[in-house]
Design a protein. Structure first.
Length: 228
């Protein structure tokens, strides 16, 4: 029988109802968790795959590209933004986050300890909008798109997000990239189907980087390059 001291302390810090459903910020022991519509999204226990998302995008860009621009899709717990802002090689950093609650948790809440310096960086701009809408409606072009808004192409937070991984969604991503630019998509599991979708959409150098986890299949980053 477990004693009280053996039971992990779990507390709900904030709960919001927004246009896309409910989002919750919880603290579990020393770590924070984000839950959307009852689905666990991410926590602060390990940011290796979120940092890999940024690193492999930068490494995949053509040599000699000076201070490339990056769009980070999904603020999450802030690991990707903080990692990008800590690297002086990046130029403009745009973060698209549709949940105002998540933005508030970083600007005024407990997640500021992760992202505070990155949000204060003059390169950083936060766009409070839906990533799918931005991909289809924007005329901006970036050197890298680092997208982490779902648990993967086959496990979306809301049904509308599924359009990002279709032929039309990937075409929109291609249009938001400069020639030679790179698309990096985080996923909780590898997907050969999504790799094929990237190739069919015209991306080249399609590959998947894996990050082992303590249990289960590895986290991955799917990569594809817009032809120069």
């Amino acid at each position: 029988m477990s004693s009280v001291s053996d039971i992990e302390d779990v507390r709900t810090l904030d709960r919001r109802d927004g246009p896309y459903g409910e989002v919750v910020l919880r603290r579990r022991g020393e770590h924070f968790e984000i839950i959307a519509n009852g689905c666990f999204l991410m926590d602060t226990s390990d940011g290796r795959s979120e940092r890999l998302l940024i690193d492999v995008a930068l490494a995949g860009l053509p040599a000699g590209r000076d201070r490339p621009s990056v769009l980070i899709g999904g603020l999450g717990v802030g690991f990707s933004l903080a990692h990008a802002a800590a690297d002086p090689r990046w130029g403009p950093i745009t973060v698209v986050e549709r949940e105002q609650a998540v933005i508030d948790w970083h600007r005024e809440g407990p997640l500021a300890r992760i992202s505070g310096a990155a949000l204060a960086d003059p390169r950083t701009v936060i766009l409070p909008t839906d990533l799918v809408v931005h991909m289809h409606g924007s005329t901006s072009a970036y050197d890298a798109l680092c997208l982490d808004i779902d648990n993967g192409p086959g496990w979306t937070v809301t049904e509308d997000n599924g359009g990002l991984y279709t032929a039309s969604g990937l075409t929109a991503c291609m249009e938001r990239l400069k020639p030679g630019g790179i698309l990096a998509v985080w996923s909780a599991q590898p997907s050969a189907t999504f790799e094929e979708a990237l190739r069919n959409a015209g991306f080249t150098r399609v590959r998947t980087e894996e990050i082992p986890v303590a249990r289960g299949v590895p986290d991955v980053v799917h990569l594809g390059v817009r032809p120069a």
